[in-house]
Design a protein around this ligand. Structure first.
Ligand code: ADP
Ligand code: MG
Length: 371
């Protein structure tokens, strides 16, 4: 008797979904990015019981039209990418068409949505585990989309237990991530709240739809945080003629010549010995305004900083602006790991530049020259 058999379709779907939505962070990240991709100017994130009971993300973005309801939560259905060739030109956060489909398989999941032309009527959609629409009902609705995720990992008992056990830490990680989105997203209002299973909601933080990242940082971290911030605006030209021969390789993607000019913009707290401690979680990194983990860059900045101040880690808000062909976001399912093709050369140039910046703004700098 044959023993090698296909896994039943529903089980495959659940196994694969567990690789896209791995934790609370990935749920929130995917939903907030969908709202940003839909050009929302206001995003409200509501947690119940730190996200264990429910996570709800409400936006005032484009909304979803009836023609897209059936495919909304189907696997690999996306409005953002239709072929591999588009990948290099991508300017949206999402492109895999996997998040909503995975959430259907892992939670009690529903969506309420209305476009400008549909309001004051909206549609509430419920889904089967497979992502097919189970029910549609007409509800009152403003332009935008609300996605509700209840009881996440309800059918992966081991992961659910793990989440319950570590919920404080997991919830804190989510808040750190939301801080990053709220600080980088100019002209978008963020409101984050949490409520107990039964009881009133608490606003955790909010931003005002500010035009600058400085104002966003003031909203999220306090106005006082601003007084110690230096503006970062460094430019690196990593083109071959400006580099030592060892790192002077040229490369191209799909026959396009890739620019190797990189800009680092943002804010860093100036090195002042003995003044106010900054926790390491106040370090945020972005590539073209996409929040991501850049441990090597973090290490380089922290090392340059420590040359001046051994006791503290700085507040860092660092956004690398670079050619979209010079890095690859398609490395990990959560797209937080980014492969920078020019990393070694960049880090060398960065350390030199930062040292110069810190020297110029050493402790003796008068307040008037600070931001
Ligand atoms: P992806 O973002 O990779 O396309 P998702 O599963 O996250 O995949 O979303 C599937 C599709 O659903 C998106 O391509 C988009 O068209 C639509 N969508 C999801 N969330 C929203 C939202 N908040 N507002 C408008 N459209 C949305
Ligand atoms: Mg998405």
């Amino acid at each position: 008797m044959a023993t090698i058999k296909p896994i039943e379709g529903r089980s495959v779907h659940q196994i694969q979904s567990g690789q896209v939505i791995v934790d609370l962070n990935s749920v929130v990240k995917e939903l907030v990015e969908n709202s940003l991709d839909a050009h929302a100017t206001s995003i409200e994130i509501r947690f119940k019981n730190n996200g264990l009971d429910s996570i709800e993300v409400q936006d005032n973005g484009s909304g979803i039209g009836p023609d897209d309801f059936e495919s909304l939560a189907l696997k690999h259905h996306t409005s953002k990418l239709s072929s591999y060739a588009d990948l290099g030109k991508l300017n949206t956060f999402g492109f895999r068409g996997e998040a909503l489909s995975s959430l259907c398989a892992l939670s009690t999941f529903y969506v309420t949505t209305a476009r400008e032309c549909d309001k004051p009527k909206g549609t509430k959609l419920e889904f089967e585990i497979s992502g097919k629409v189970k029910s549609k009902s007409v509800v009152a609705g403003q332009k935008g989309t609300t996605v509700t995720v209840e009881n996440i990992f309800k059918n992966l008992p081991v992961r659910r237990k793990e989440l319950e056990r570590n919920i404080k830490r997991e919830y804190q990680k989510v808040l750190n991530l939301l801080n990053a989105y709220a600080c980088i997203s100019t002209d978008v209002r963020f409101i984050v709240s949490n409520s107990p299973t039964k009881g009133k909601k608490n606003v955790v933080f909010s931003t005002q739809g500010n035009a600058s990242t400085r104002e966003n940082i003031a909203n999220v971290f306090s106005a006082k945080a601003l007084s110690s911030l230096l503006a970062l605006d460094l430019k690196f030209d990593l083109n071959p003629s400006t580099l030592p021969s060892q790192s002077a390789r040229t490369w191209s993607t799909q026959n396009d010549v890739v620019s190797r000019e990189i800009q680092l913009v943002g804010h860093i707290s100036r090195p002042v010995v003995g003044e106010g401690r900054q926790a390491p979680d106040r370090q945020m990194f972005f590539v073209n305004s996409r929040p991501c983990a850049l441990p090597q860059l973090a290490k380089a900045i922290n090392e340059a900083y420590r040359a001046y101040n051994f006791t503290q880690s700085p507040f860092i808000f660092a956004n690398l602006i670079m050619d979209t062909n010079s890095y690859d976001v398609n490395v990990s399912p959560d797209k937080r790991t980014i492969l920078l093709h020019d990393q070694t050369a960049l880090l060398e140039a960065l350390k030199t530049n930062l040292t110069e910046l810190f020297e110029a703004h050493d402790q003796s700098v008068p307040q008037s020259q600070l931001l």
